[in-house]
Design a protein around this ligand. Structure first.
Ligand code: FES
Length: 63
């Protein structure tokens, strides 16, 4: 996102501060953070500094 010029706030870049938290509008997330609860993940939140799309599927993020 940063390389593409998209404004995406971040801090730790390691999945524990929550600064990069976004709402996922569509797609399946491979969560790699150590912060979000299962409830937050099920609610469609993701920490995009470390998490990514599962498989080849795209993610639609509410930036
Ligand atoms: S930048 Fe800290 S969790 Fe993503």
């Amino acid at each position: 996102l940063i390389k593409a010029g998209v404004h995406a706030p971040y801090s730790c870049q390691q999945g524990f501060c929550g600064t990069c938290r976004v709402k996922v509008l569509a797609g399946a997330v491979d969560h790699r953070d150590g912060l979000l609860t299962e409830t937050e993940r099920q609610a469609g939140q993701a920490l995009i500094c470390v998490s990514r799309a599962q498989g080849d599927g795209p993610l639609t993020l509410d930036l």
